[in-house]
Design a protein around this ligand. Sequence first.
Ligand code: ZN
Length: 343
Amino acid sequence: MITQTSISYYGLNYVEHAEADFKEMKAHGVTQVILAVTEFDFDFWRPNIPAIVDKAHELGLRVLIDPWGNGKYFGGEQVSKFLQDNVENRQVSALTGEKLPYACFNTNSYRDYFKNFCVTLARECKPDGFFWDEPHYAFPKGIASITGGVADDWTCYCPVCRKRFEEYYGYPMPKYMTNDVKLFRWREALVVLSETSKALKEIDPNLEITCCVHATQNGYYVSEYRGYDNWDMVGACPYFDVFSTTIVNWALPEDFYLDITRRTVAIAKKYGKKSERWLMGYYKQPKDFSQVAHWVDLAAKEGVDRLAAWTYRGGYGTVVGAPDALKLWDTIGENYRRVIAKV
Ligand SMILES: [Zn+2]
């Protein structure tokens, strides 16, 4: 049964404007707002963030803080102050040695920065939890292409990762993605999120952590190798409460959506977590809007606990707005109201 219906929300500045938006979310059947807090928000709008969280609570919405695009390590379109302020501690291409515009989350520099960002917000804002939004290594993604072609390049080959690899395995880090490299990447990728989640639960044991990973096939032939594609390793992390997988484009086959949904529920159940599936509420819309109700029903039937959609008002007014953004938002709202009424 669907017990939470979430919508992401960014551009938060003024409490009274957020209040009007929160009321609109309530009218759309939303129970939980995923508050996308950027590094600029944290640096500049800090005084208003706790007041915005309070306002959401006052209106009966749960609030999860999403460190949206932080370090460009998480998904998201906004820019990163960490990258602006640090020329080092970036992910490095294994093949070309180039520094890339992605923070290396295996460096102590970024790990400290990220943990401070989250624990500060936890102390100041008293949210209901945090949302880890598509964390990933820069490369590869091509491995998940429809042809199953192999991506040649990968990250991270920065001095910190190389030193840690060599200390652990006793030989220099290869430039080819071997099994040792794959395991190293999976293990290290979980450290920053585990340590921060643990620190958050030490502040407040009731803080709920959702880890949302890319919705990939991860089959025998095709996998993304973005660091969180080993769903068993992610699901087994004791500090995560909700196992979530990202948006599937409406144009993809229903079988693909079903496969992702079933595997998401299976991993969540296996490790005693709640499951969450995302709906595409921006950028693209279904050819036939009745697909929204159909996919919502499929998720409910497969035992998904929570639904979420990116983003408020279908991305209206942004470059990633759906063609009929407000209609998409209203359609998601109708379905949220429909499923949440059964709780
Ligand atoms: Zn690195």
